[in-house]
Design a protein around this ligand. Structure first.
Ligand code: FE
Ligand code: FE
Ligand code: ZN
Length: 295
């Protein structure tokens, strides 16, 4: 079985998913994740069918399984906040639009940050998220993956029980799932060094059948810091070998692993990180080498 490894890639107006795929291939990736437009605004370019078809053909040529390619929902969406009806409905409608774009693209999975309760409290926040998801998931072929969060500010979803509560409230269970994030798990206080134990616990609380994606990031901060600052593979508090153990965990072999590690200056580190992953060998000079190549 081919290792399903990739990274976050760009999505440009002129090249769309074909450009995203070409960027991923240039890193030696076997899967990828993208936003369908700027994550911080609502500007969305119309989709070009021809580019999508070309991308699908190029994926076939390269043995890339499109059903495992991930879209990340824009982070301006916050389903947990209903302080203003208008803002809440904006989030609901914008996410609905996003799912339609994904259907048009042929994308199956969309990763979503559950939301921040902004002082309303966790229970109220979860209630709002469930309400929003039930409006959004009424009629769609796309599956929303709730991302496990670091617990920064008033973020919901930094523990599995909150994720479970949301899933329990969602009527359409076949279109809801989970995306883990190793940096977030660490920052939320989970022990990522014994990942099998953690997967057992996740299975008990949520159900491992709901897990469809994992973000692979090192962390700049210690366990339980609730910070959410990603670090390049092997350069953070988790470290290279524990991340390799996660990436090659047998129970994760069918789900895409996506790097969201920081750029080195203006350069993407993904080609180098994917190379280290394939070789299972840490290169402590990676950052310097990327910088050197630049100058
Ligand atoms: Fe995310
Ligand atoms: Fe993430
Ligand atoms: Zn993060």
């Amino acid at each position: 079985m081919m290792l399903l490894i990739g990274s976050h890639v760009k999505f440009k107006k002129d090249t769309q998913v074909l450009g995203s795929l070409e960027e991923a291939l240039s890193y030696g990736a076997t899967t990828f994740m993208f936003y369908t437009g700027a994550p911080q605004n609502t500007m969305r370019s119309p989709l070009d069918k021809e580019l999508t078809t070309k991308a699908i053909n190029l994926m076939k040529d390269n043995n890339i399984d499109y059903s495992k390619v991930i879209v990340h929902a824009p982070y301006i969406i916050n389903l947990a906040n209903n302080k203003e009806e208008e803002k809440f409905m904006f989030s609901v409608n914008f996410l609905k639009e996003e799912l339609k774009r994904c259907e048009e693209l042929g994308i199956k999975y969309v990763v979503l940050h559950p939301g921040s309760h902004v002082g309303l409290g966790v229970e109220e926040g979860i209630k709002n998220i469930i309400k929003g998801l039930n409006m959004i998931l009424e009629d769609t072929t796309v599956t929303i993956l709730l991302e496990t969060m670091a617990g920064k500010g008033s973020e919901i979803g930094s523990n599995f029980k909150e994720i479970k509560k949301i899933i329990t409230g969602v009527k359409n269970k076949k279109n809801i799932g989970v995306c883990m994030d190793t940096c977030h798990l660490n920052d939320a206080g989970y022990d990522v060094f014994e990942f099998d134990k953690l997967l057992n616990y996740f299975d008990e609380v949520v159900g491992i059948n709901y897990l469809h994606c994992i973000h692979i990031n090192d962390s700049k901060n210690p366990k339980d810091s609730h910070k959410d600052r990603h670090e390049n593979l092997g350069f953070g508090t988790i470290g290279f070998d524990p991340l390799i153990n996660i990436i090659y965990n047998d129970r994760l072999k069918d789900i895409p692993k996506i790097l969201e590690t920081p750029y080195i200056g203006e350069y993407a580190p993904y080609k180098y990180e994917i190379d280290m992953i394939k070789k299972k060998e840490f290169d402590k000079n990676m950052k310097e080498n990327i910088e050197k190549q630049v100058n």
